[in-house]
Design a protein around this ligand. Structure first.
Ligand code: ADP
Ligand code: ADP
Length: 231
């Protein structure tokens, strides 16, 4: 079943000379591990921002669970809880003075009881391997640790889809490996995971479905073996 779809989506930034997306149609199936692959500037980030309603198509449609996105505040809040977004730079996402408070932000906003919040935060920090970090100020952590705090904050809201923009960019090899192991675990737990990357190796190794983009268009999609044998 398609969980997230874009149908012929086109978008040009207000100050952009050329369309960042031209007629992009993709389908993200429930339970899939999809890699969105393309060089810098291909349109990957722009497409991801469409999926949680941060950007709105000039034409075409985005659907979640078969329903076209609505762009009123209430619908967007609801959507963003279901489509969990891990930004490329964790600093834009980490907002609270302690790790614990940061991961609790989402569940508190959802109106969970203090007990339920504590449980959600504990589970999420355990999942990303950061138990014991509760009282630490996030901005003093390493890049890899910050990334995991951001992931925990998303996990704590139990979204239907996890979206990662360039999850390993700007991380050292050891931290990249940790984040990839985490992605493997998330995906094998039956979650729907979408990752954008310029790293073909990563996509080949990790994804069961690949969408290849170039200059704002979808060049190819399918199983990694098919997509990368032709390109
Ligand atoms: P990718 O994530 O694959 O690197 P992007 O989606 O960031 O690609 O960019 C697609 C195109 O849109 C590029 O030409 C880029 O320069 C342009 N672009 C991205 N963000 C902006 C912006 N805020 N304003 C204007 N142009 C942008
Ligand atoms: P990504 O490849 O993930 O899009 P970039 O380094 O291309 O990352 O972009 C980083 C930031 O700069 C983003 O917020 C993006 O929207 C913005 N940006 C990218 N290209 C342009 C552009 N041509 N004009 C203005 N802003 C841009």
């Amino acid at each position: 079943t398609p969980l997230l779809e874009t149908d012929n989506v086109t978008y040009t930034y207000p100050n952009g000379p050329a369309p960042a997306l031209s007629g992009v149609s993709i389908t993200i199936t429930a339970g899939s591990k999809t890699a969105l692959v393309g060089a810098n500037g291909a349109g990957k980030s722009t497409l991801l921002l469409m999926l949680n309603g941060i950007l709105r198509p000039d034409s075409g449609e985005v659907r979640f669970s078969g329903r076209p996105l609505a762009y009123d505040n209430r619908s967007l809040r609801d959507l963003r809880r279901r489509v969990g977004f891990v930004f490329q730079n964790p600093d834009v996402q980490i907002i609270a003075p302690t790790v614990e408070a940061d991961v609790a932000f989402g569940p508190v906003n959802l109106g969970l009881s203090p007990d339920a919040v504590r449980r959600a935060v504990g589970d999420a920090l355990g999942y990303v391997g950061l138990r014991g970090y509760e009282k630490r100020p996030p901005h003093h952590l390493s890049g890899g640790e910050k990334k995991r705090v951001a992931i925990a904050g998303i996990l704590a809201m139990e979204p239907a889809v996890l979206v990662f923009d360039e999850p390993t960019s700007s991380l050292d090899p050891a931290s990249s490996e940790e984040v990839m192991e985490l992605l493997d675990e998330l995906a094998s737990g039956g979650r729907t995971v979408l990752v954008s990357t310029h790293d073909v190796e990563l996509a080949y190794r990790w994804a069961d479905s690949v969408i290849l983009m170039e200059h704002g268009r979808v060049l190819a999609r399918g199983a990694p073996e098919e997509v990368f044998s032709d390109h």
